[in-house]
Design a protein around this ligand. Sequence first.
Ligand SMILES: CC(C)(COP(=O)(O)OP(=O)(O)OC[C@H]1O[C@@H](n2cnc3c(N)ncnc32)[C@H](O)[C@@H]1OP(=O)(O)O)[C@@H](O)C(=O)NCCC(=O)NCCS
Length: 167
Amino acid sequence: MKLDLLPISKAHQKALFDCGCAELNDYLRHYALKNDRLSIGKTFVAVDAEECVVGYVTLASAQIEARRLPEVLHSKLPRYPVPAFRIAQLAVDTRFQKAGVGAWLLRQSLEKALSVSTEIGLYAVIVDAIDEKAKGFYLKYGFVAFAEYPLTLFLPLATIARAFSGD
Ligand SMILES: CC(C)(COP(=O)(O)OP(=O)(O)OC[C@H]1O[C@@H](n2cnc3c(N)ncnc32)[C@H](O)[C@@H]1OP(=O)(O)O)[C@@H](O)C(=O)NCCC(=O)NCCS
């Protein structure tokens, strides 16, 4: 399936989007455009050749308290919070799940993180999994859960850069 990733706009048909999770559907329908305009979270929609919204991702910035990271990482970091890139929402319409769209959206997001990291400091990408099932998706790609926040996971930028350089 050929997909394009586009900044969300009024023109995109959002009302019929259904990823199976009411919270993530509601976000796309009612808050994504508003928050995009406020620059709180930037949403990108994946559209197919018919301009159907197949999936979406919302990206924002974040901070990580270094002491929340595993000892092997935080021992090398300053005591103050370190900057991060947050995948706040990522969802695929049920009609298009299990066809590689989620993996594609994740890859597009990580590429954006790498691109941003050439201009501003970013230590890691963090994701908020909506539930334990969604967490499994991120674990598959090497994300690691914070001990104190089991549904929030991180992946250091250095790990992402290494993975992409080996493509
Ligand atoms: C989780 C979600 C984004 C996955 O999207 P998808 O398009 O179905 O996933 P893909 O087809 O790209 O799957 C890529 C790989 O991840 C695996 N995968 C997908 N969902 C998974 C899960 N929940 N746990 C573990 N692995 C998962 C697939 O088996 C596939 O593995 P393979 O390459 O070895 O075959 C989608 O199911 C979804 O939108 N769910 C509802 C909302 C949600 O949970 N969002 C997650 C973050 S809040």
